[in-house]
Ligand binder design. Structure first.
Ligand code: MEV
Length: 450
C-alpha cells in the first residue's frame, strides 16, 4: 500500500499523531495505543517536560540507567552513572573499576579545553589585501561587536581566545575561513560559539563593504557560506590513565608477563589495523557514550569528534595506547570531547541532574575525566576478556537475560538458567533447547501458540 504525505503533522495532538500513524502505517492496529501509552509518565508535568525536549513526540523511549561503582579516580571513589542498553557494558566497567581500585586507580589530566568554530566564506579578490584588513581592523571589530554576546562568558573566564583568517583556496577555489578559538568553561558552548560566529559574519561583510581599499567586485564577491562550530575539538582533550607494576597483572593461570604481552599486542593491532581499531574504539565509546548520555550531553558530537581524532594521522587508529617502561605497565586514552555541566538538558532532565549529583556536581573538566575513565575502563575490560577467556563467556552470560526476557521466562525459570549456566558457556541455541525441555515442548513456536 502506498502511503499518503501528511500536512500539519506537528500541529496534531499527541493522540492525533498516534491515530495517524496507526491508520497510515500499522493497518489500524489499536494495540499501538497501549504500547505507546505504557511509557507515558503519570506525572503530567514530567511528561510535558519530556515531550518538549524534541518534536512530534508520541511516547518516551526508555534506556537502562545503571551505576558502575568502585571507580577510584584521582584518589576519590566514585559510582559512575551509565545510560546504555547493551548488556555487559556496566558490568565490564564495574569489573575494571574494581581491578584498578587496588592498583592505584585512574588518573585524569586535562590537556586543553579550546573549542573551535568557523565562518566559511567565499571571496574572489586579492588575499593580501584581505589579510591586511583582517589583521589591522577586522579582527578587533569581530571582538568588539561580539562584546554583548561574550559578556557573561568573559565573566566566567571564558570567551574568544583567538581569531585567524585561513586561506583554503588550495583545496577549493575562493574558499576562506575565519577560525575562532573559544573557551566555553562549563558549558558545551554550541549556542555561544554559533552566536559569535553569526555576528562575525555580519561584521566581516560590513567591514569589507565599508573599506575603500577593496574594489566593488571584491566586495560583491564576498559571500558567507555558513557559520558553525566544529564538533572536532582536537584541542579540548582529557587524558585518563592507569598504571601499575607488571607483576600485579597476573590473571588466573596467565602470568603477568604473558598478560602484558597479549594485552599490548591487542592494543598494537588496534593501532595499525583500522578493522580492529573500529571495534576497539566502539568498545571505548560504549563507556564514553553511557556517561555522556546519562549526564545529558550530546553523544553524537562526542562520537563524531572521537572518530575524527582517531584518524588524525591519516589512518583510523586506536584511541587507547599502552607501554611498559621500567617494569611499569601504563595504559591510557587521550579523548577529545566537548562536554557541558551547565545549559542544555543539565538543569532540566531530572535523571541528568541526579547523575551529575552522584558524580559530585562536576565541572566540565571533571566530567570529561569521568567519560574518558569509563571509556578506558571499558576498553581494558574488553581487551582483558578478548585476550584471555574470549568475549562471549561474559557477554553471553549477560545476554542470557535478554534471551530469557524474549522468551517471557518466569522468575523461577530465570533463576534455573542462571544456575544452569554457572559452569557452562551460554549459546543462543542451548538456551532455547533447554527452555523448551523445561517447558516440555519441542519448539518456541509451540510456547507462543499456548
Ligand atoms: C562490544 O560492544 C564491544 C567490543 O566488541 C569491544 C572490543 O572488541 O574491543 C567487545
Amino acid at each position: 500500500m502506498k502511503h499518503q504525505a501528511v500536512e500539519g503533522f506537528s500541529k496534531l495532538s499527541k493522540e492525533g499523531k498516534i491515530e495517524w500513524v496507526i491508520n497510515e502505517y500499522l493497518n489500524g492496529d489499536t494495540s499501538t495505543i497501549k504500547i505507546l501509552k505504557q511509557y507515558w509518565n503519570d506525572d503530567a508535568d514530567l511528561q510535558k517536560l519530556h515531550d518538549e525536549f524534541s518534536e512530534n513526540t508520541v511516547s518516551n523511549f526508555y534506556m537502562p540507567f545503571g551505576l558502575a561503582p568502585n571507580f577510584l579516580i584521582n584518589n576519590e571513589l566514585y559510582a559512575i552513572p551509565m545510560a546504555v542498553e547493551e548488556s555487559s557494558v556496566v558490568a565490564a566497567a564495574s569489573k575494571a573499576a574494581k581491578f584498578w581500585q587496588t592498583r592505584g586507580g585512574f588518573k585524569t589530566t586535562i590537556l586543553s579545553t579550546t573549542k573551535l568554530g568557523h565562518v566559511h566564506f567565499m571571496y574572489e579578490g586579492d588575499f593580501e589585501k584581505l589579510n591586511t584588513a583582517f589583521e589591522n581592523t577586522i579582527k578587533a571589530k569581530l571582538v568588539e561587536e561580539t562584546n554583548d554576546i561574550t559578556k557573561n562568558m568573559r565573566a566566567r573566564n571564558g570567551g574568544i581566545l583567538n581569531l585567524e583568517l585561513i586561506n583554503k583556496t588550495a583545496d577549493l577555489a575562493n574558499y576562506y575561513q575565519i577560525k575562532g578559538s573559544f573557551e566555553t568553561v562549563d558549558s558545551m558552548g554550541a549556542n555561544f560559539i554559533n552566536s559569535c560566529l553569526e555576528q562575525f559574519a555580519k561584521t566581516l561583510k560590513n567591514e569589507i563593504d565599508a573599506d575603500d581599499n577593496f574594489t566593488q567586485e571584491e566586495k560583491d564577491s564576498l559571500q558567507i557560506v555558513m557559520c558553525i562550530l566544529s564538533n572536532y575539538t582536537p584541542d579540548c582533550i582529557v587524558r585518563a590513565e592507569v598504571s601499575c607494576p607488571i607483576e600485579q597483572l597476573a590473571e588466573g593461570e596467565i602470568t603477568a608477563e604473558e598478560f602484558v604481552e597479549k594485552f599490548s599486542r591487542a592494543v598494537r593491532i588496534a593501532e595499525i589495523e583500522p578493522y580492529r581499531a573500529t571495534t576497539h574504539n566502539k568498545g571505548i565509546m560504549n563507556g564514553v557514550d553511557s556517561v555522556v548520555i546519562a549526564t545529558g550531553n550530546d553523544f553524537r558530537a562526542v562520537e563524531a569528534c572521537a572518530h575524527t581524532y582517531a584518524a588524525k594521522d591519516g589512518q583510523y587508529s586506536s584511541l587507547t595506547h599502552c607501554e611498559v617502561k621500567d617494569g611499569i605497565f601504563r595504559f591510557w586514552i587521550d579523548l577529545p570531547t566537548a562536554l557541558g555541566t551547565i545549559g542544555g538538558l543539565t538543569a532540566l532532565h531530572p535523571l541528568v541532574k541526579l547523575a551529575l549529583g552522584i558524580l559530585g556536581k562536576p565541572n566540565s573538566k571533571e566530567l570529561m575525566g569521568f567519560a574518558a575513565v569509563a571509556g578506558l575502563a571499558q576498553n581494558f575490560a574488553a581487551l582483558r576478556s578478548l585476550v584471555t577467556t574470549g568475549i562471549q563467556k561474559g557477554h553471553m552470560k549477560m545476554h542470557l537475560m535478554n534471551i530469557l526476557n524474549q522468551l517471557e521466562a518466569t522468575e523461577e525459570e530465570k533463576q534455573f538458567f542462571v544456575n544452569y549456566f554457572k559452569d557452562k558457556t551460554v549459546t543462543h541455541h542451548t538456551v532455547i533447547d533447554e527452555f523448551c525441555r523445561l517447558r516440555g515442548v519441542t519448539s518456541v513456536e509451540e510456547i507462543k501458540k499456548n
